[in-house]
Design a protein around this ligand. Structure first.
Ligand SMILES: [Zn+2]
Ligand SMILES: [Zn+2]
Length: 1219
């Protein structure tokens, strides 16, 4: 039989034992004997509170509750909680409901908290009370807040029946949590109330106090006790030197004449800072032993407290009004006795032009509940769901920790501002130092989980307000802009706290540098400077919120994705087929021609033209997948093209990973359109666009941008995906300098990858290679620099090298340019012969025969060689390679490689130059496309720049970015070709590389054409490609007008396509016309071909006459006239008697056609034959009876670009010069 277990202690006994231990350890004065009296008092106090609630279920002790010390709360309570000893569960449920529908109420814990209320932090070194309040026990001290403090509570031990505890938020792990004490605490010892004073205290009411102040009657009253009703309380000012606040007392029950009697009292004794928590507007107080003092800087006279001053609530029985023997008539105070406020010029008087933009705020009292946190670090909250509350202009650190949704605030003497602009739409309530913000009830809710931009940067925002003195509209805009920057860059580019770090001497804030290019953007030089004293004391009130101007948003920081989308949107909104293929030219184009012309176009967005302007901010990265430079933020990566300065590329890889900010850039949108417009008539209908796509990129000059190195991520940031850094900080490594002479195209190449089955075909891999020569031998890492180069054998001098870049090392593509010296760096322990050639295992097939060939490894890095690195290579040519003009333009040496700089005149989509021209009608989709660039060569000492066509075909499509009309580009190693008509053109090939020298300045490129004599075209080498001339039409050779099908170009008699199978989708006929005639200008003669609408100009017909003529031809579909020498018969005798033919024959021989004209033309034969191949030949003429033998130049062949009537004066001029 087992023995009965000894009965354990009852729950009550166990609880009491625990309580006793706790009280001895935590609350009894340390180092003293156990104090049973205290223990009993505490337990009695707890019992009393416990029994005061109805739901104690017969238990006399709160057995479910346990005592908690301050230290335990701080170390173990990691979640916000509340504890309400006296609350029934129904009361708690009702309270939970009060937290709002989201059910985010503080969870209830059953904890008993006791402690001493004090305003001393216990930190002896910094023992200067600043108005903060604490709960203290033997284990520690914890900041607390109380809504209505009684000064007599300080220093006493209390049981706190109702409280909530808020631990520090995660991001503030260094800070401490705080207590919110609900309701009045319960004293453990009965409080000894101050005995009523034996005699009533003599007091001055505001009227007399003011009178003394005004008349400086300090000698009469050394010290006085002031009494009155609190009508205003300033903010609590905390500066490095001292803390103070100002309260204003008015008459207890003012009559009309006394309504203006207000007296301000400054409290600046540290021990009295806790009074700030006692004052409650509307209550009446007595402050004792006040003196009149003069403020140091502003010479205001003001009543101030002294250390022995006291504060008490006014009890009418305990005071009597002090009788003053005043000689002056006190009964009749007049306004003119009052201190005159210094007159402050108002802004609206200064700037009349802005007068209508200047707004005035209203000063008011407001009570409301915080419903949202807009930005905690910027002290921006939402009040009652409608108003923005900005608390940044008061130092409210203590108050701020309580403010979260659910908190009730009373705001007194705060400014209400409407329409502040800068993107803020709600009205804003902002207290200046003159007004006050007081807590009226604590929040039931748990703190919200805030995003990182809402919690970092408190010091930065304070700096904006207190150091940069930002006005409210600018401050609100700046907080929004900074939030946007955080969303763009954090956390992947850099940590939020790194971005929002405040400025310190020598360490300017990253955020501020991104925010504004200069501080003047934020604070104009004439903006007012705040002064706490005058803001509080000046009457009438003056502060920066009284007048404000609606802010025009200076600029925005859109994320790159938005920027690209807006660019695309703008590009398509501006896409106008009728502008790209304008009339009258478009009326003569076939459907194929029209659709080809629409196939590519571009649109440029300049940020300065946007309202508000946009600032480009991103991190520069070199893509190891695409080999291009990109600007990156969290939303997107945007390709970018950078020039260090005009015609200088960005060649320094140190810029990788830097933050870039620029206000000047071009956002380029290249549009590609697949369309099937049947003819020009349908160009307004969008339905014929089948597919459209864009390529968006940005181009800018480095000199226009702010480049900021990104701080290294903090050690905890293990998951950072920061872009690769190009530094040589590693301890070991070796490097070698090389001079780059040529870079080849970045494209997919076939590589023989060793270790694979030989049956596998080589993998196409994105790669490029460069050729160059080593400068000296390998160098080893020595400290932070490089050791001397290893000596080279004499036969190894000037060693040529091919470097192959593939895999992730294609990221260097954007930085490598001919003529520059680079240092190739391999990290890790030195390996001999590392930079010597390698086996041919990984070479591209096309380099298989090369001797010295090196594959750049993924972990190798590149640096731009510094000038001191290359002292002995000064003779290196830094010029870009250029082919000689004769080599370039002669019709010999086809398939050779040429290099030159040129300006792009136009870019179109066309058929590849050597494709079989006979297209299948209606089969446009299968035709291979090709990009044709027409460029004007840039050749020094050349008056007229030759033009050249460059074709880009697969696999070089899409072309590199930056090839836009108007750009200047250096083309390196293009393949030169000769067409069947002996014209020179060029093609991109695998060795081709380009370097953009300057950006296009406008969308449309037009050079005024030179005006020349025709004979100048015959001069060797100096002829323009396009020009204008004044000449005379001598003779018409032929005229042809046709109506053809816009789809298949078959003849269309009576407007119907004559094609047999009738498969043309539309029956749109277009007219096409051409005329060939001879002109001479006295220096030479030329055969000119005019087409389409230029034919009307050549015939001198008005638009109406021309349309009528075309309509006449429509019936037969075709009209062709040929003339045989001057005076000869036409070649089409069959129809010679038709009236139309007769008319045209007469017209073409009449002086209205054979007349002086101004002709713009281009040479039909391209620059390959700028020098005439045929020498002038001798020709015999009959001049009267005399045979005349003269040299005649070969006839020039010109194509008409435009034709205008000769102006009368220039006719004379041409005639005079030609004589
Ligand atoms: Zn104000
Ligand atoms: Zn047809």
């Amino acid at each position: 039989m087992a023995a009965c277990p000894a009965p354990g202690p009852s729950p009550e006994q166990a609880w009491l034992a625990d309580a006793q231990t706790f009280i001895q350890e935590t609350l009894c004065p340390t180092g003293k004997e156990p104090n049973n009296e205290l223990t009993q008092l505490v337990i009695d106090c707890v019992k009393m509170m416990w029994l005061s609630q109805g739901e104690n279920q017969g238990f006399t002790l709160p057995l479910s509750y346990r005592f908690v010390s301050v230290q335990n709360l701080k170390t173990h309570q990691n979640l916000p909680c509340c504890s309400h000893l006296t609350w029934s569960s129904t009361a708690y449920q009702a309270w939970v409901q009060g937290a709002g529908p989201n059910g985010n109420a503080l969870p209830r814990e059953q904890l008993l908290l006791l402690g001493t209320l004090t305003d001393l932090s216990g930190d002896l070194e910094h023992e200067r009370p600043d108005g903060s309040l604490y709960v203290k026990d033997n284990t520690g001290i914890l900041g607390c807040e109380l809504i209505d403090l009684d000064l007599s509570w300080l220093g006493h031990l209390f049981l706190f029946p109702s409280w909530s505890y808020l631990p520090p938020a995660k991001w503030k792990s260094l800070e401490e949590g705080h207590l919110e004490l609900w309701g009045a605490p319960v004293p453990v010892f009965p409080l000894t109330t101050n005995p009523e004073p034996l005699a009533p205290i003599p007091v001055l009411y505001p009227e007399k106090a003011l009178y003394l102040l005004t008349h400086r009657m300090r000698r009469q009253v050394q010290e006085a006790n002031l009494a009155g009703k609190l009508i205003r309380l300033s903010a609590l000012i905390k500066s490095q030197k001292k803390e103070y606040f100002v309260l204003t007392l008015g008459e207890l029950s003012p009559t009309d004449s006394q309504a203006l009697n207000q007296v301000s009292i400054m409290v600046q004794i540290p021990a009295q800072m806790v009074w700030y928590r006692v004052f409650w507007p509307g209550r009446s107080y007595v402050l004792t032993r006040l003196r009149i003092a003069k403020t140091r800087r502003h010479h205001y006279h003001i009543w101030t407290t002294i250390p022995s001053s006291n504060l008490m609530l006014l009890k009418p029985d305990c005071v009597r009004e002090l009788e003053l023997e005043l000689e002056l008539g006190l009964g009749k105070p007049s306004l003119k006795d009052k201190p005159k406020p210094p007159s402050v010029p108002t802004k609206s008087q200064n700037s009349k032009g802005q007068a209508d933009l200047v707004r005035h705020s209203r000063v008011l009292h407001y009570s409301g509940m915080v419903t949202g946190v807009l930005n905690e670090s910027a002290s921006l909250y939402l009040l009652d769901g409608q108003l923005i509350l900005c608390l940044a202009y008061q130092q409210i650190r203590g108050l701020k920790r309580m403010i979260r949704p659910g908190v009730s605030l009373e705001l007194r003497d705060v400014h209400l501002l409407h329409s502040v602009g800068g993107g803020t739409t709600r009205p804003v309530l902002v207290p200046c130092l003159h007004g006050t913000v007081q807590l009226r009830s604590f929040s039931h809710q748990k703190p919200e989980i805030l995003s990182s931009h809402q919690v970092h940067g408190t010091y930065l925002y304070e700096q904006l307000v207190w150091d940069y003195q930002l006005g409210l509209p600018t401050y609100l805009w700046a907080t929004k802009a900074l939030e946007k920057l955080v969303c763009k860059l954090c956390p992947h580019v850099l940590r939020c706290h790194q971005l929002l770090k405040h400025s310190s001497p020598g360490n300017p804030s990253l955020a501020l540098q991104l925010l504004a290019s200069s501080p003047d953007v934020l604070t104009p030089p004439d903006s007012p400077i705040r002064n706490a004293h005058s803001e509080i004391l000046e009457e009438p009130h003056q502060c920066i919120f009284q007048e404000y101007t609606q802010l025009q948003t200076p600029y925005t920081f859109p994320d790159l994705l938005t920027m690209m989308k807006e660019g695309q949107h703008s590009a398509w909104a501006n896409f106008d087929p009728k502008a790209l293929v304008p009339l009258p030219e478009s009326a003569y184009l076939t459907s194929y021609q029209i659709n080809r012309r629409l196939a590519w176009s571009w649109h440029c967005v300049l940020p300065s033209t946007l309202q508000p302007a946009q600032v480009l901010v991103g991190v520069l990265v070199a893509s190891s997948h695409k080999g291009c430079l990109q600007l990156r933020d969290l939303s997107a990566s945007m390709p970018c093209l950078l020039l260090a300065e005009n015609s200088q590329p960005l060649a320094d890889p140190r810029f990788i990973g830097c933050l870039v900010r620029t206000e000047r850039f071009q956002l380029v949108v290249e549009r590609e359109v697949e369309s099937n417009f049947p003819s020009w008539k349908e160009l307004t209908m969008a339905g014929f666009i089948q597919r459209q796509q864009t390529r968006v990129y940005v181009q800018f000059f480095l000199t226009d941008a702010l480049i900021l190195p990104v701080p290294r991520p903090s050690p905890d940031a293990s998951t950072t995906s920061a872009p690769p850094q190009t530094d040589s900080a590693c301890l070991e490594g070796q490097s070698r300098l090389f001079l780059l002479s040529h870079k080849e195209a970045l494209m997919n190449r076939n590589f023989c990858v060793s270790g694979r089955a030989s049956s596998e075909s080589p993998m196409p891999t994105l790669s490029f290679h460069v050729s160059g020569s080593w400068l000296g031998g390998t160098q080893r890492k020595e400290g932070t620099g490089w050791g001397p180069p290893e000596p080279l054998g004499s036969e190894k001098k000037d060693q040529k090298v091919f470097l192959i870049f593939l895999g992730s090392s294609v990221r260097w593509f954007a930085f490598l340019y001919p003529g520059k010296v680079y240092r190739l760096i391999a990290p890790g322990p030195p390996t001999s012969m590392l930079f010597e050639g390698e086996s041919s295992s990984q070479r591209p097939l096309e380099l298989a025969g090369c001797v010295s060939c090196l594959t750049v490894q993924d972990d190798w890095t590149l640096e731009l060689g510094r000038s001191q690195d290359t002292p002995d290579v000064l003779e290196i040519s830094r010029e870009l390679p250029k082919s000689s003009l004769t080599h370039l333009l002669s019709d010999k040496f086809p398939d050779s490689l040429v290099s030159f700089s040129a300006k792009i005149l136009s870019r179109t989509i066309c058929d590849p130059p050597l494709t079989f021209r006979r297209r299948q009608p209606g089969n446009t989709g299968t035709v291979k496309t090709c990009v044709k660039l027409t460029v004007a060569l840039e050749i020094a000492d050349y008056e007229f720049t030759p033009h050249l066509n460059i074709y880009i075909e697969d696999p070089h499509l899409p072309p590199p970015i930056g090839l836009l009309p108007g750009s200047q580009v250096h083309f390196s190693q293009l393949e030169k070709k000769i067409s069947r008509s002996s014209n020179v053109y060029c093609r991109f090939c695998s060795s081709t590389s380009i370097q953009v020298l300057s950006f296009s300045q406008q969308t449309r490129v037009s050079d005024p054409l030179p005006h020349i004599y025709l004979a100048e075209l015959l001069q060797k080498g100096q002829a323009p490609f396009q020009a204008t001339t004044s000449c005379h039409v001598v003779f018409i050779f032929s005229l042809q007008i046709m109506w053809v099908c816009a789809h298949c170009t078959s003849l269309c008699p009576q407007g119907r396509c004559s094609r047999q199978d009738l498969t043309c989708p539309t029956q749109t006929a277009i007219s096409q016309a051409s005329i060939r005639f001879l002109v001479e200008d006295g220096t030479a003669e030329a055969l000119v071909t005019c087409r389409n609408h230029h034919v009307a100009a050549a015939l001198g017909l008005s638009p109406g006459e021309w349309t009528f003529l075309l309509d006449c031809v429509r019936v037969s579909g075709k009209l062709a006239l040929h003339f045989k020498g001057p005076g000869a018969e036409s070649e089409s005798p069959a129809r010679i008697h038709e009236p139309l033919t007769l008319f045209l024959q007469t017209l073409c021989t009449s002086p209205s056609v054979l007349r002086p004209i101004k002709l713009a033309f281009e040479l039909t034969r391209r620059p390959s034959d700028v020098s005439p191949r045929e020498p002038p030949r001798l020709q015999q003429f009959q001049c009267g009876d005399l045979p005349l033998l003269t040299r005649v130049n070969p006839r020039l062949q010109l194509a008409c670009l435009s034709l205008q009537e000769q102006e009368h004066s220039s006719t004379l001029g041409a005639f005079a010069t030609s004589c």
